[in-house]
Write a protein that binds this ligand. Structure first.
Ligand code: HEM
Length: 228
């Protein structure tokens, strides 16, 4: 509820303080983008109960049940970050993550590309290629964990773009997802009851191509008891 009030206030403030219609659109659309990514994340966790349990164990170990999440907590939740990243790999949130007009000639993949050409980084394709990600259609947050020696190349997966024009809301969006998923798995069991193999459809942003069937069941206090 607080978030909706905050959302409305910021949107209203942007409109009235002459930052203008465009910034309001960017802000509002971006929030929908975050919620779509969160929806896919819950769907992936619901379909992988073992990953969900592993995530719950990490969150329960680190995060007080009724407390706020701090930077210090975030630094101790590597599996949670891997879960988010892996979900965005499987369901890449945008069609075009970064596109740039070349300021000078460049050789890309052995081809000379003249300056002035618009180059589009097709991360939504590279993210699902088996040469970069073994078993590319499997939800496996472990592939992003530091203990895994072979980490994917960071440029294969840039959902927020890169460089000076990268997404301004990256930290904001990530933290919203971190807080939401942590609190949800800490307090609820999430099960998948909808149809199999939900796809992603793109307008500007990616969203589920049919409604997600998720059942959220409160966890008993015994299960929630923290072991500090
Ligand atoms: C999952 C959520 C989000 C994703 C995947 C996302 C993705 C992106 C991408 C790919 C770009 C282009 C970056 C580039 O060209 O290198 C971008 C730009 C931008 N994003 Fe986001 N975004 C998200 C959430 C947000 C939020 C919540 C906000 C604001 C509150 C926001 C504000 C912006 C702005 C202002 C730009 C333009 C930056 C510039 O051109 O300098 N985004 N976003």
């Amino acid at each position: 509820m607080t978030e909706y009030v905050l959302f409305s206030c910021v949107a209203l403030a942007l409109l009235t303080c002459k930052l203008g219609f465009v910034s309001t659109c960017i802000f509002c659309c971006s929030l929908f983008q975050t919620s779509n990514s969160l929806a896919f994340l819950l769907y992936n966790l619901a379909r992988s109960p073992d990953k969900q349990d592993k995530l719950r164990a990490e969150v329960t170990r680190v995060l007080p049940r009724d407390g706020h999440m701090t930077t210090e907590h975030l630094n101790r939740l590597p599996y949670m970050k891997a879960c988010v990243k892996e979900s965005m790999r499987l369901y890449f949130p945008v069609v075009i993550a970064a596109s740039r007009i070349l300021a000078e000639d460049a050789v890309l993949g052995g081809y000379l590309v003249p300056k002035g050409t618009c180059v589009i980084n097709c991360n939504n394709i590279s993210c699902l290629q088996s040469e970069y990600f073994p078993n590319p259609h499997t939800y496996s947050p472990e592939r992003w964990m530091k203990e895994d020696n072979v980490q994917p190349h960071p440029f294969l997966m840039l959902p927020f773009g890169h460089g000076p024009r990268m997404c301004l809301g990256k930290r904001f969006a990530e933290q919203q997802m971190y807080i939401a998923v942590s609190k949800l798995v800490q307090n609820f069991t999430i099960q998948h009851t909808g149809s199999e193999d939900i796809g992603i459809t793109y307008t500007s942003f990616g969203k589920p191509d049919e409604p997600l069937g998720l059942t959220v069941t409160p966890r008993s206090n015994n299960v929630l008891q923290e072991k500090h």
